[in-house]
Design a protein around this ligand. Structure first.
Ligand SMILES: [Zn+2]
Length: 98
């Protein structure tokens, strides 16, 4: 089932970002601060905010709009994670640096 993108969901995403920004919430994947000044389409900036889902939308489409399933993340971390399972041990690097 494909990810949907309705006007309501757009609003929910904007609300979620505003909430995270107000709390200066860090990235839930790596724990570092998020660059809330960066535009959502600042593609070169991996530190920009991106909404992540604890349970990936690809496997849990019914949780896409569930506020409890949303997590603030870096665009870069979100991309690295892809649709992998939730990270339970943050002590292990998610990738090997060449
Ligand atoms: Zn991160």
């Amino acid at each position: 089932m494909a990810r949907t993108n309705t006007r309501r969901q757009h609003k929910q995403r904007a609300d979620f970002r505003a909430e995270c920004e107000a709390n200066d919430a860090p990235c839930w994947i790596c724990g570092l601060p998020i660059d809330y000044e960066a535009a959502w389409d600042d593609w070169a900036n991996d530190d920009r905010f991106q909404e992540d889902h604890f349970w990936p939308v690809s496997t849990h489409p019914h949780l896409q709009e569930d506020p409890d399933n949303k997590r603030p993340s870096h665009a870069g971390c979100n991309r690295e994670r892809g649709n992998g399972a939730p990270i339970v041990d943050l002590g292990i690097p998610s990738r090997e640096w060449a």
